[in-house]
Design a protein around this ligand. Sequence first.
Ligand code: ZN
Length: 328
Amino acid sequence: MVLFKQVLAVVFVLLAGIALSANAQVSSRGYAVTGAGWQWPASTDGIAYIPVCWENPNGWNAETAVVKNKITSTWQAAANINFYGWQQCVAASKGIRILITDTRSNSGIGRYMDGSRNGMELNFTFKNFSPSCQAANRRMACIASVAVHEFGHALGLMHEQDRADSTCKTEARKSGGLLLTVYDPDSVMNYCNPRWNNDGALSALDIVGIQKLYGARKSTAPGRITITDELNIAAGQRAENIIMHFGSNNVRRDFVVNTKTPVAKQSYTFNGPGKYCYKLWSNTLYADNKYYEGYGEGCWTLEAGKNYAVSVRFKKGTRGKAFDIVLQ
Ligand SMILES: [Zn+2]
């Protein structure tokens, strides 16, 4: 245990018997002795990308969605951790592999569970454990709060009540581990917390602890792209309607301009860096009282949190279209 204590850089304490599978305990100690990393490694952008999959998700759409949303809005929102995938496991699946089964929910510790079949077990039915969670008005909240606790283990955290300086008089089995914060009676990882799994909410010190391990999530304000359409009166335009679709959800904006109101602006916000595509359809009235239709499409590579401004421009169409639209 001395070696374990020195090497295993986890927040709290490894506990024998409660909430950990036998495999997780054995592999934790083995890896600790050889000094192998327990922590999920960060990518070059500073984020630890951790695959998650379900061994047996069929029939549990609502429950698996609750878990995903809860983990995304807690651990993933606090620190530089991106859980991804969340599909059904295949034989070669890496990362966190979750079995849905009516047992005491449990999880392996940190990266030691990477790719382990049934590396985490989550109870969605509560027939054998925590039967009070069977109540219709409690079940989803139980599923969510237990998942927060078990994903804490999966990120490398151990039970808070087992710290040497724990004030908890029950449940505690003192053990080693790296202490990231002062003792936290409100932790989601503390069995002595009178609020079970702290009702699924990370405590202030849970957030401090996970940020020490994985870094604080940088909050990036959404980026914005503003599009201007201006009627080209000099070129004989008298009125124009444009419909624009943007992004993977084809969010629509409409531009309406005429000689009285010759400029229209619309904007979209976007989250995260990446490729964003658009489509435009125009209908323009000219001085000869004829309408001309145009179409344009394209994609931009946008950086997170930046603001962009572009304008609608027309160029002479080729394949039978009166005009093509370009944004620049
Ligand atoms: Zn536990």
